[in-house]
Design a protein around this ligand. Structure first.
Ligand SMILES: Cc1cc2nc3c(=O)[nH]c(=O)nc-3n(C[C@H](O)[C@H](O)[C@H](O)COP(=O)(O)OP(=O)(O)OC[C@H]3O[C@@H](n4cnc5c(N)ncnc54)[C@H](O)[C@@H]3O)c2cc1C
Length: 455
């Protein structure tokens, strides 16, 4: 009999597990209460990066003079922007659904919950269905965290999900939260011409990131007129008396008035109401489901992947976890499996300049006393950066001084999110700096800075 594999949630973790397990021969049912593609397609990665790309086009048009061109400033067509976002989401959803269906995955629309360790109940348009399983995956994702001191109204006090695009476009906006999402939203609204204030609870944006990288971004924000409120913790957001704006109040007494405020203070895992207790699955004190290196929960035939697993909250990580789950469900882990090493996951921040990193960070190596070799090359040393009229940023490679093994790297600058892939492959495959130096790369290209940094 084929393995009956049931998946709760059709985001990147769920749909990658479904496709891969079906390819490997499982009988797969994927249950999704909303839209296939998950929050990643509907609320997070796709719409935010689509908005950022349009904002980037505005920034680029402001730099056309440097390319020898005269132009007038573009104006925003909100309706066209909304259609563009919906169009991309729609195409992505169809692509994913086509792949799932082509592999024979049964997609069930409805809300799922465990009713025991071997069955799931789905409440859908056609009534309630009970689905028995041999293995199950919990991939129900997360939603934006809303603190008790504020009530988003979808109009002026917004979560990230209200921003694609907002009902009224902000003249001025206060972003609360200076992690990856917060800084991306600062960049996005600043590109569209809004006056932006960022409330930063620590003394550095992007806490935990390389301070040199964070400093480049802070400088860029200040150059663009973004106001940084360092060391301030928001403790209330209220509508102004005339209703036309908001006031963000901070714990040190500072207050910021703006037309809109956006909360970007992290997310909460979707564990409520899905019957984890009925299945015997433990949830930890932060509300995440604990997993081992095969994404198995404390119940041997139940897996968890994606945001709910409390690892790196990235679509890319959710996808690969889903794939690993499928391999484990089908018993492939004994033959072809390589453990997913979260420390080697590449990540990017879609600001201007873009920021990307992978593997060991310089500060981390110093604090652990590990000997490393750090080499840094500015993009201004490459012909392509000059041709692009954008020489901002650098490539930094961290390697082992004894063996030359590439341990990590960071890139700040144009196309950093693409270029980091080269270092990511080197880190995952334990390549050396010599492997990078001796790869014959394209000229003229920004990747030449990578080979230079490896030399
Ligand atoms: C603003 C923003 C931008 C981001 N940008 C990026 C980016 O550029 N790159 C990147 O890698 N990551 C990005 N992320 C993170 C990324 O979106 C998440 O890590 C990713 O969506 C997690 O995937 P998932 O499969 O765990 O869950 P989700 O994508 O959240 O999917 C979970 C699905 O489960 C469904 N579900 C929940 N409960 C039930 C139930 N009971 N029954 C049936 N279905 C259910 C939900 O409807 C949802 O469709 C961003 C996040 C945010 C907030």
């Amino acid at each position: 009999m084929r393995t009956r594999f049931v998946i709760l949630g059709g985001g990147p973790a769920g749909n990658n597990a479904a496709t891969h397990a079906a390819r490997l021969g499982a009988e797969v049912t994927m249950i999704e209460r909303d839209l296939v593609g998950g929050a990643a397609h509907l609320w997070d990665c796709i719409p935010s990066k689509t908005m950022i790309a349009t904002g980037g086009a505005i920034s680029f048009s402001n730099r056309l003079k440097g390319m020898g061109l005269e132009s007038s400033a573009p104006s925003i067509d909100i309706e066209a922007l909304s259609h563009r976002i919906e169009g991309i989401e729609d195409k992505m959803r169809h692509n994913v659904t086509d792949i799932l269906e082509s592999q024979g995955v049964r997609i069930v629309r409805g809300t799922a919950r465990f009713t025991g360790p071997l069955k799931v109940e789905v409440d859908g348009a056609d009534g309630v269905e009970t689905i028995p399983f041999d293995a199950a995956l919990v991939a129900t994702g997360s939603y934006p965290r809303v603190p008790e001191w504020c009530t988003p109204d979808g109009d002026r006090i917004l979560t990230t999900r209200d921003c694609y695009p907002p009902k009224t476009f902000p003249e001025s906006v206060t972003i609360v939260g200076s992690g990856v999402t917060g800084v991306e939203f600062v960049h996005m609204f600043a590109s569209f011409g809004a006056k932006v204030t960022l409330v930063v609870s620590r003394q550095q944006v992007l806490p935990g990131k390389d301070p040199e990288v964070a400093a480049v971004l802070e400088q860029n924000f200040m150059d663009r007129g973004v106001k940084l409120l360092m060391g301030a913790r928001a403790e209330a957001i209220e509508r102004t008396d005339d209703g036309a704006g908001v006031i963000v109040k901070c714990d040190d007494g500072r207050q910021v008035r703006s037309s809109h405020a956006v909360l970007a203070i992290g997310s909460v895992p979707n564990t409520e109401g899905i019957g984890l207790d009925a299945a015997g699955v433990h949830v930890n004190e932060w509300g995440y489901v604990d997993i081992n290196h095969h994404c198995v929960t404390n119940v041997p035939n139940i897996y968890a992947a994606g945001d709910i697993s409390g690892k790196l909250p990235l679509s890319s990580v959710a996808s690969i976890q889903g794939r690993k789950v499928a391999e484990h469900v089908m018993g492939l882990h004994t033959r072809v499996h390589r453990h997913l090493d979260y420390d080697k996951a590449a990540s990017a921040i879609f600001t201007e300049p873009e920021i990307a990193d992978v593997g060991l960070a310089e500060a981390e190596a110093f604090s652990s006393g590990r000997k490393i070799r750090v080499t840094k090359v500015p993009f201004s040393a490459t012909a392509k950066a000059m041709i692009n009229d954008d020489v901002r940023g650098f490539v930094k490679i961290i390697s082992d001084p004894a063996t030359g093994e590439v341990l990590g790297g960071s890139i700040v600058g144009r196309h950093a999110a693409e270029l980091i892939s080269v270092i990511a492959v080197a880190v995952t495959a334990s390549l050396t700096v010599t492997d990078l130096v001796e790869s014959v790369l394209v000229h003229p290209a920004l990747s030449e800075a990578l080979a230079e940094a490896a030399d």
